[in-house]
Structure formats: structure tokens, C-alpha cells
Design a protein around this ligand. Structure first.
Ligand SMILES: Cc1cc2nc3c(=O)[nH]c(=O)nc-3n(C[C@H](O)[C@H](O)[C@H](O)COP(=O)(O)OP(=O)(O)OC[C@H]3O[C@@H](n4cnc5c(N)ncnc54)[C@H](O)[C@@H]3O)c2cc1C
Length: 424
């Protein structure tokens, strides 16, 4: 057996009829994190991705590993949402090579996210910032410690350093992909059929997955981590309506601007406004030829839905200029990305605060809600898989397409700004 067909766990695959223990559908952070955890636990798990890994929400995220500041600001740091406080440490352990998923090859863009506000708003919020819930999360900086672009004479606000890092998500995805490339395939799943012998829900199920190129894979359990794609996959299952988990989409129109690094320094900060949603959340990303992209989230992206890219660009230009009057954006080129956040449905359409998983007859549907919370989501999935008592197959299976050829391995996606054809 040539070395190239050896599996990542060192075993040699057998030519079977595409039978695996667990099939994960969707290769964003939720699917990849779950795959890494399941393989480590000894399951023959595979992942099927329709296009490229991270091509929807995960690659479009700002990469902030939230520790709860956002929830504390909105007053939503409830008991259950407090688990998010452990996320920075859990991700750090992975980056340091001592965590549940090996992220030693992933890159950190910044050790901290910052938060700034104008002096009058900060004065009103002094008590809140000093409160127990906030003081453990942020540190007030004095002018000597200001980072670019706040270290310029025109900046006249208050700056806080948060204990939340920002990661290069493409490198996170690529790091997980390289470790498990032999079980991560490109396949768009059209539907899933229950082929179990028994209707008894206490007996282990068998599902057949059908891809658009007519490949069939049989698994004891299916994990749906397809983000917005979960909705269609759930509809293909023959579950009673009441048993189908419901999803909501919350759209965004994320402005982006690019320029030489001397014009747009690397910055990672929320601008605090009067409401709980930051006025703007800025992260910086490298593009070729010494160019930097600023990617803008927060209120500007939420309120931009329905605008054209030109209209959103105009709004973003004037918002940035009024929030950062000491900077010159005249040499920047602009674009915007329309994207939906796909989440479990909340009765009032509001933002869910923690990951949700739904288990029904061996099919587990999962939405992490935040990239940072993928570890909590995977804990819940693993707990459910253990409860299902899935048989662990000793031998690795060589997954083949309908022509009995090895299936195509999935690649890591480009980032949104790498896909823009035309900058304004
Ligand atoms: C603009 C934006 C910024 C964000 N910033 C942050 C942030 O800074 N920090 C943070 O913690 N969270 C952030 N989030 C939230 C975070 O990105 C998401 O919660 C997380 O990425 C969701 O991951 P996922 O794997 O569930 O979904 P996705 O990343 O959407 O992955 C789903 C995958 O499933 C695939 N798929 C769909 N249908 C099928 C099918 N039929 N067959 C096979 N594959 C299929 C898709 O191609 C896709 O690759 C942000 C979200 C957005 C939109």
C-alpha cells in the first residue's frame, strides 16, 4: 500500500461499500472541529463539504475569539452564556498544542481585541466598566500604551484592551484540513434516507447519504453542520414536522476597504456606541502586495441590509470618517459582502447566546452560533454520540465515488476579500 493511501491515523483503508460510523455534512468550523474531536475519540468519521472549507460563514467571520464582553455589554451574560468566558483559554490551549484540537500551525492576527469610545460616553459608563462583570474582561489603557491607529494625536477617546484574541481563520481551517485531509471530501449532499431495518427508535439507525454526483455513503449517525444548508437537509429527512429543528437567518452587509498598509494599519477594535451592538467592529487582514483590508462588522453591517454595495460604501465612508476623524480614507478602495448568520430559531428572532444541538433518531443538527463557541458545540455533539452507543469500526474505509474512484478531497476556501472582482 503506497504511503499516500495510508490514513491520517496510520491505518490502511479497505475498499468497502462506503460505510462509515459517522458522516458530518458541512465543512465550516462546526464540522471541522467536530471531525477532529470524533477522530480523536476513535470514530471512523468523515466530513462532506459542498464547495470549499469555510466558504460560507466561517471564512467570512472576523475571527474574534469572544470571551463574553459582547454579551456583558448587552446585559445577556446569563448563567448559561457564562461558558463563553472559557473560550479564550480553550482556544489558547489548542494554539499552544495542549488542547483538544491541534491548532499549533494556525496564525494569530492579534493577541487582543480593543474597545474604544469617545470621552463623554466613556464618562457615562465609568461605573459599568469598573463593575465586577467587566473589570475581569478589559483593561483601561493609558496613552503610553495606545496601539495604532489610536497612538496618533487626533485620537481623543478612551481605549480598553480586551482579553480576546483574533485569529486568521483561513489558517485555522487549513490546519485542521491538513490533519484529516484523507477523510474530508468535496460532495454536495442532496438528501438523506433512513435505511434502517427497524422502526424502533431505540435501535441504532443506518442512513444513506446521496450526493449530487450520485455517490452513496452509509453511516450510523449523521451530523448536520451545514450552517444555512441544514434547513434543506433536514427537509429531506422523513421526520415529523414537530421534530425538525427550526433555523433563523440574520443578514449582514459587511463593508470592506483596502489600501496600502501605511494607510490602513493592522487594527482590531470595537467602537462602542450608545447601544449594545458595537457601532463598528474592525478587523484587519493581509492582502497581496503589502495591502491591508479592514473588514467592518457591528451596527454598520446590521443596518446595511437592503442597501446596494455603492450605498453601503458611502455609509461606511462617512461612519468611519466621523468615528476616526484623524485618519484619511481617501486612497481606499471599497466593497461589501452580503452574508447571513444561520442560527437556531429564537421565538423573538433575537440573537441566540449559546450553541444549540438537536438530536433526532441518530441525526444531530448543530449550530455553534459563534465561531468561538465551536468547542462547546462539539462537547454537546460528542455527549450525544456517546449516548447513541455508535459501534466503532476498527478498519478505515476507502470512500469511493460512483465510478469506484477515490473521492475528491475538499480544499480550503479563499477569504471574502480575495474573491472580490471589482473594488469601488
Ligand atoms: C460576517 C460574520 C462575522 C462573524 N464574526 C465572528 C467572529 O468574529 N467571532 C465569532 O465567534 N463568530 C463570528 N461569526 C459567527 C460565525 O462565523 C459562525 O457562527 C460560524 O462560522 C458558523 O459555522 P458553521 O460551521 O456552523 O457554518 P458555515 O461556516 O456556514 O459552514 C457550513 C458549511 O456547510 C456547507 N454546506 C451547506 N450545505 C451543504 C450540503 N448540502 N452538502 C455539503 N455541504 C454543505 C457550506 O458550503 C459551508 O461550508 C461571524 C459571522 C458572520 C456572518
Amino acid at each position: 500500500m503506497p504511503e499516500s493511501t495510508r490514513m491520517s491515523d496510520g491505518s490502511t483503508p479497505v475498499n468497502g461499500d462506503n460505510k462509515v460510523d459517522i458522516a458530518i455534512i458541512g465543512g465550516g468550523i462546526a464540522g471541522l472541529w467536530t471531525l477532529a474531536r470524533l477522530r480523536k475519540a476513535g470514530y471512523q468519521a468523515i466530513l462532506l463539504e459542498a464547495e470549499s472549507l469555510g466558504c460560507v460563514q466561517s471564512g467570512a467571520s472576523q475571527g474574534i475569539i469572544h470571551g463574553g464582553t459582547k454579551y456583558a455589554l448587552s446585559g445577556k451574560l446569563t448563567h448559561s452564556a457564562q461558558s463563553i468566558q472559557q473560550m479564550p483559554q480553550r482556544w489558547k490551549a489548542c494554539l499552544d498544542g495542549v488542547g483538544e484540537v491541534d491548532l499549533t500551525q494556525a496564525k494569530k492576527l492579534s493577541a487582543h481585541q480593543y474597545l474604544w469610545s469617545n470621552k463623554s460616553l466613556a464618562a457615562k459608563l465609568t461605573g459599568f466598566f469598573a463593575s465586577k462583570v467587566m473589570s475581569s474582561r478589559m483593561q483601561h489603557l493609558s496613552a503610553d500604551d495606545y496601539v495604532p491607529p489610536f497612538n496618533q494625536s487626533g485620537f481623543n477617546g478612551e481605549l480598553y484592551q480586551l482579553d480576546e484574541s483574533v485569529l486568521d481563520i483561513q489558517s485555522v481551517i487549513e490546519t485542521i484540513r491538513t490533519q484529516f485531509s484523507d477523510v474530508i471530501f468535496q460532495a454536495c449532499i442532496e438528501n438523506i434516507t433512513d435505511i434502517s431495518d427497524s422502526d424502533d427508535s431505540t435501535v441504532n439507525k443506518h442512513y444513506q447519504i446521496h450526493s449530487s454526483d450520485n455517490t452513496h455513503i452509509i453511516a450510523q449517525s449523521i451530523i448536520l453542520t451545514a450552517g444555512a444548508g441544514n434547513e434543506k437537509l433536514l427537509a429531506s429527512l422523513n421526520f415529523r414536522q414537530a421534530k425538525i429543528p427550526k433555523m433563523q437567518r440574520r443578514p449582514l452587509l459587511m463593508p470592506m476597504l483596502k489600501a496600502n498598509e501605511s494607510v490602513l494599519p493592522k487594527m482590531y477594535a470595537h467602537c462602542l456606541g450608545a447601544s449594545a451592538v458595537p457601532k463598528m467592529t474592525i478587523t484587519a487582514h493581509s492582502l497581496s502586495q503589502n495591502q491591508t483590508v479592514w473588514y467592518l462588522g457591528g451596527e454598520i453591517a446590521e443596518q446595511g441590509v437592503g442597501r446596494s454595495i455603492e450605498e453601503q460604501t458611502q455609509k461606511a465612508k462617512s461612519a468611519l470618517q466621523s468615528l476616526m476623524p484623524w485618519m484619511d480614507f481617501s486612497q481606499c478602495q471599497w466593497s461589501a459582502l452580503a452574508i447571513d448568520r444561520a442560527e437556531p430559531k429564537m421565538p423573538d428572532g433575537s440573537r441566540p447566546v449559546e450553541p444549540a444541538i438537536f438530536a433526532e433518531q441518530g441525526v444531530i443538527t448543530a449550530w455553534p452560533v459563534k465561531l468561538a463557541m465551536a468547542p462547546i458545540m462539539a462537547d454537546k455533539v460528542l455527549h450525544e454520540i456517546e449516548r447513541l452507543k455508535i459501534n466503532k469500526n476498527a478498519q478505515a474505509v476507502l470512500i469511493q465515488n460512483k465510478n469506484s474512484l477515490p473521492m475528491t478531497q475538499a480544499k480550503t476556501s479563499q477569504l471574502p476579500w480575495e474573491k472580490v472582482d471589482h473594488w469601488l
